[in-house]
Design a protein around this ligand. Structure first.
Ligand code: AHR
Length: 327
């Protein structure tokens, strides 16, 4: 009898230990137990090489960190991202991260996350909220600085320009953080010099196909331009297809400034068809995993974590030795 009681006691301890180590499901469980944390990640879509690299970064970083990842791709629709965040809340994940397609329209769903006690990290892009406490932290690029860097390159490149410099801009998704701040930083640098004039600006939605189309429109409606400032490499690659189809030489007949640093754009920089690539790295996700684990342990994190980036351009004597990129 005594032996049986001891056996039951040992069994009870073993069962309790197994339950504590189980990942938490929709029915809930203890926070802070010895189990992998669950991160719900809502990706905005697959619009560019950068985005595909960023998705790969989320998946591989989660594996490296031992984080259990619930990943949803919103296929370029804000409503899909809102649905994804709601499903993460219903599942009671430990932390939510998301790359918001646009800045506005998140207050309600983020209030629901806060009410459920789930911290939220903005990845890559940020949001505009009535109550800033609905977001715990941001990890991504300083898009204003990227615009400034693009403008500074142009000032240097055009230092000896004899006459007006006519600029066409293909911007990113309307109302997205990179679109707003890449435009603003660039304008802040060139605005005091009357030599520079932005004669055309239209969104290409960060898509290669739209970059190609918008470039056709530029050549028809804006007339000859000296500079193309494109908010991402995918649109730049599309625009260059059009420029070459029209018998022009990109990088020579027109200075081309791009943002991101995809392999395709770096190859064209080496060939002299792009003059400047302002780097924007998609490799954000080791930082996100680290912050998510700290939040799950109840620690506080910095509100903003910027990634380190550089500029690649035809001023760089070592441009041909830029190492291979993986996106
Ligand atoms: O938010 C980052 C931007 O989004 C990248 O520059 C672009 O390529 C992507 O689509």
């Amino acid at each position: 009898m005594k032996r049986l009681a001891v056996l039951f006691a040992v069994l009870a301890v073993a069962v309790a230990a197994v339950i504590l180590m189980l990942p938490r499901g929709p029915e809930g469980g203890d926070k802070g137990a010895e189990r992998p944390i669950i991160l719900g990640f809502s990706q905005l879509g697959s619009e560019s090489g950068w985005r595909i690299g960023n998705t790969r970064s989320v998946i591989t970083a989660a594996q490296r960190a031992g984080v259990q990842l619930m990943f949803k791709n919103a296929e370029q629709k804000q409503e899909n991202q809102i649905d994804a965040i709601r499903s993460f809340i219903a599942y009671q994940v430990d932390v939510i991260a998301f790359a918001p397609i646009v800045e506005d329209g998140w207050d309600n769903v983020l209030r629901e996350a806060k009410d459920a006690g789930i911290p939220v990290i903005c990845s890559d892009r940020s949001v505009i909220l009535e109550d800033d406490s609905l977001i715990t932290g941001f990890v991504g690029s300083d898009f204003y600085l990227e615009g400034v860097r693009a403008g500074e390159y142009l000032l240097k490149k055009m230092a000896d320009a004899p006459g007006p410099v006519r600029i066409a801009e293909i911007s990113g998704t309307i109302d997205s953080t990179p679109m707003r701040y890449r435009a603003l930083g660039f304008r802040d640098i060139i605005k005091d010099d009357p030599l520079f004039e932005i004669v055309y600006s239209q969104s290409g939605d960060f898509l290669r196909s739209r970059g190609k189309e918008v470039m056709e429109d530029i050549l028809i409606t804006a007339g000859p331009v000296d500079v193309l400032y494109s908010h991402n490499d995918s649109m730049t690659l599309g625009a260059i297809e059009t420029i070459e189809q029209k018998g022009l030489n990109p990088g020579k007949d027109m200075v081309i400034i791009s943002v991101d640093g995809e392999q395709g754009a770096i190859d064209l920089l080496k060939q002299g068809k792009i003059n400047c690539v302002v780097e924007c790295t998609p490799m954000l996700c080791d930082m996100i995993m680290d912050l998510a684990q700290r939040l799950a342990r109840g620690e506080t994190i910095d509100r903003i974590t910027y990634s380190e980036e550089t500029v690649f351009s035809d001023f760089d004597p070592d441009v041909l030795s830029i190492p291979p990129r993986w996106y």
